[in-house]
Write a protein that binds this ligand. Structure first.
Ligand SMILES: Nc1ncnc2c1ncn2[C@@H]1O[C@H](COP(=O)(O)OP(=O)(O)O)[C@@H](O)[C@H]1O
Ligand SMILES: [Mg+2]
Length: 259
């Protein structure tokens, strides 16, 4: 399994204004790290560094002991899968969209991934099944269906490192449950970074990093951080209060609210 280690990582888009700083973390292979913190705290930038969309301005990121810059970019990217809020579906068949990044996959492998992602059932009901064209000029899929295709794609890609940007848009309860179930399949055995918007996801993480202004201000699992009664604890209580009033998800962690 794949360990990811940040050593003194710093990153700035504009010289002199670091948005990730003093980042020292060891993520054991196969574990799930939840990045939480308000909008602008640096969550996306941290995952972009892992995906090598940027390289650190200072320090380094090691994957199983090797500086990520020492991998060929293409080799490195093959170790990785991203499941994002806005799933990238191109104009093409469902099959091709799932097999994106794994063009050698057989139809049986594609279908197996779709089943694990709880997507097979809706795909089978489309006019042309796996041959149905989706995307801008194809059949319009619901948000939940698009996410399940993205999960199927990631399952098929068998990444060692997975980056999830959990959707904030609310889905119907059935999609939500199907997605949670297929996520569990996807995460098994992989080192996962999740930008988490839901308390249920955060609670299950092995390690929670609470970011503020690019720094890790609290780290631990849910029980540890609750016991510490710090900023995380406050956020969870606030989220639960907003949930009682019909609030949705762990969004207190995202919004630009007081604290
Ligand atoms: N492309 C960019 N150029 C300059 N600044 C950026 C860019 N992307 C993000 N930032 C800044 O970096 C900081 C961290 O942003 P981001 O990583 O997106 O935070 P989060 O994902 O937690 O909302 C913010 O201050 C944001 O304005
Ligand atoms: Mg972000």
């Amino acid at each position: 399994m794949t360990e990811v280690r940040f050593e003194g990582v710093e990153f700035e888009y504009d010289a002199g204004r670091p948005v990730v700083r003093e980042f020292d973390v060891v993520v054991p292979g196969g574990s799930v790290v939840a990045l939480v913190g308000r909008s602008g705290a640096g969550k996306t930038t941290v995952t972009d560094l892992v995906a090598r969309f940027h390289d650190p301005t200072r320090g380094r990121i090691l994957v199983n002991g090797t500086d990520v810059r020492d991998f060929r970019l293409r080799t490195y990217r093959e170790l990785l899968a991203l499941v994002q809020q806005d799933t990238f579906l191109f104009d093409g068949s469902v099959r091709d969209n799932i097999a994106y990044g794994r063009h050698d996959a057989t139809d049986a492998e594609v279908e197996d991934a779709a089943r694990r992602a709880n997507a097979h059932e809706f795909i089978a009901k489309l006019s042309d099944g796996y041959g149905t064209v989706v995307g801008e000029r194809g059949v319009r899929l619901s948000g939940g269906q698009q996410q399940r295709l993205a999960i199927a794609r990631a399952i098929l890609a068998r990444p060692q490192i997975l980056i999830l940007d959990e959707a904030t848009s609310s889905l119907d309860t059935e999609s939500e449950q199907l997605i949670q179930a297929s996520m569990a399949t996807l995460l098994a055995g992989r080192t996962t970074f999740v930008i988490a918007h839901r308390l249920s996801t955060v609670k299950r993480a092995d390690l929670i990093l609470l970011l503020e202004d690019g720094r890790i201000v609290e780290r631990g699992n849910h029980d540890e951080l609750m016991a510490a009664r710090g900023a995380y604890y406050t956020m969870v209580l606030r989220q639960m209060a907003s949930h009682d009033q019909g609030g949705d998800g762990f969004d207190a962690l995202r919004s630009e609210d007081r604290s």
